[in-house]
Design a protein around this ligand. Structure first.
Ligand code: PEP
Ligand code: MN
Length: 326
């Protein structure tokens, strides 16, 4: 069990109170931010978390001893902005192109995804591409176009931040900062993104275990993120028939057993448009609190990921709206 203390509280007093309850401290750990964690090694009796949480020095308790108390304390709800939360009650649709390609493209697609029930507009301004010769994104200009297109439609913005240097820029335009798969364990980036104090969409690395993924979330929270939503986007399998292997077992585990917010990106999982809507439905059935879907109105001309981008009208198959809202 890990007991995290409130900042500035008296460690000796907390230890003696815990000893009074029959809990023996093995070690005292200090995080980089000065947070104090008491690691409880032995207990003379079973003590409910609520009793420990009631002690004046205690901020949070992790019963499982898995060393991610902040993630456990967060619970299933993350507020993206006022009036918009990802909490599992109503699934939240995040949709938009893989890359923001022009001001007119993002405005057109924003209008269409909003009409299909999206609440967040996605789109990459800075793109993590396997080849340095591929389109890298229009950067700052794209970020500005994305924000104005979202504002025009009353949508929130989620977009990827690839480097520590870009955290201020992306924090200015995005309601939710996306950490991409390739950066899930870029700890310097996680710390910088955390310090922005914003909600984060944390994509699973294509080779990360669930435990590594949850620990990456813990980094973000320890460094100040206001909330972490996990995004499963497919892991590396052995079979190239689909781009990645969508791990819905992990989604059900995180949503239903761990009680944490998790959404699914069926687009990068499938790599092909015809599988996106079926996988999206399966994700919601497994407990996903939302979906992140790549949408393009001219996918054959897309600068990235056209093959997996669905047409805007395909979103209607998910039933977020009964009919197109104009
Ligand atoms: C994306 O969502 O734009 C993206 C690059 O996805 P991933 O990091 O999952 O590959
Ligand atoms: Mn993409």
């Amino acid at each position: 069990m890990i007991v995290t203390l409130k900042p500035g509280s008296d460690v000796a007093a907390a230890k003696s109170r815990l000893a009074g309850l029959g809990l023996w401290i093995d070690s005292v750990e200090r995080s980089a931010l000065g947070e104090v964690h008491l690691v409880v090694g032995r207990a003379s009796t079973r003590v409910e978390s609520a009793t420990i949480e009631g002690l004046p020095e205690v901020l949070a308790v992790s019963q499982s001893g898995n060393n991610r108390p902040r993630m456990e304390a967060q619970g299933p709800r993350v507020e993206v902005r006022a009036g918009l939360a990802i909490d599992g009650a109503e699934p939240v649709l995040m949709a938009g192109p893989c890359s923001v390609e022009s001001e007119s493209q993002i405005h057109r697609i924003a209008r269409k995804v909003r009409a299909s029930g999206a609440r967040l507009l996605r789109g990459g301004a800075f793109k993590p591409r396997t080849s340095p010769y591929d389109f890298q994104g229009y950067g700052k200009d794209a970020a500005t176009w994305l924000r104005s297109a979202a504002d025009a439609e009353g949508l929130a913005v989620v977009t990827e931040v690839m480097s520590e240097a870009d955290v201020p820029l992306i924090s200015n335009v995005a309601d939710m900062l996306q950490v991409g798969s390739r950066n899930m364990q870029n700890f310097a980036l996680l710390k910088a993104v955390g310090r922005a104090g914003r909600p984060v969409l944390l994509k699973r690395s294509m080779s990360a275990t669930v435990d590594e993924w949850l620990h990456a979330g813990e980094y973000l929270l320890v460094h100040g993120a206001s909330g972490v939503v996990f995004c499963e986007r497919g892991i590396r399998g052995f079979d190239p028939s689909t781009r990645n292997l969508l791990d819905l077992g992990a989604v059900a585990l995180i949503a239903k057993v761990f009680g944490m917010p998790v959404v699914v990106d069926p687009s990068h999982a499938a790599g092909r448009r015809d599988l996106v809507i079926p996988l999206a439905k399966a994700a919601l059935a497994a407990g996903a609190a939302g979906l992140l879907i790549e949408v393009h109105d001219e996918p054959e001309n897309a600068k990235s990921d056209g093959a997996q981008s669905v047409m805007p009208q395909a979103l209607l198959g998910l039933g977020f709206v009964n009919e197109v809202q104009s």
